[in-house]
Write a protein that binds this ligand. Sequence first.
Ligand code: ZN
Length: 176
Amino acid sequence: MESLNPQVSDIVDHLAYLRLALNLAKKSPPKPTNFRVGALLVSQSSDTPLLSTGYTLELPGNTHAEQCCLNKFMDSRGIQTLEELQEKLPMDTVLYTTMEPCSKRLSDNKPCVDRIVEAKKIRKVYVGVSEPEKFVEENNGRRVLETAGIQYEYVPGLEREILEVATAGHEKTGGN
Ligand code: ZN
C-alpha cells in the first residue's frame, strides 16, 4: 500500500486516494438504479489529510457519495449551516470521486456539483471516470465546476475497475 504521508503534499499520490475512494464504492449496495461511487474530502496540507469519506447510499435516502462525504464532514464537526461549512473547510480542500459528480438528478435532490460549488472551499475535483450516459442524458458536471472556478482533473488508471464496481447492480446487456 502506498502511504498517504501529509509531509509530501507536493507529490501527492492521486491514484492512492482514488483507490481509497474505489474501496468505499465497494461498500455501496448494488442497485439497478444508480452507480456505486466513492468519494473523499482531502486537505493536503493538514496533518490528517482525510477530512471525510462517503459512498452512494451510505446515508439514509437516495444519497450520492459526494453528498454523504459533505454531510458526514458537517455531522462530525457539528456544522449545521452552509456558512459554517464554508468557514470550517480548509482552504486547500480537494475532492476525490470515482465518477464525475452529477449535474442533474432525476429526483428532486440537489445535484452534487451544486453542493461542491456552494461549499466554496473545494478548489479541485479529481475523478476516475466520466459519468456514463445511462440515467441522465448528459452530465455537465465538469463544465459546471470549471465555470465556477473549480479545477477538474481526470486521474487515469482505474477506469475499468471503477466502472465494474459502479455498475455491479445493473442488468447486464448483451454484446461485448
Ligand atoms: Zn451526485
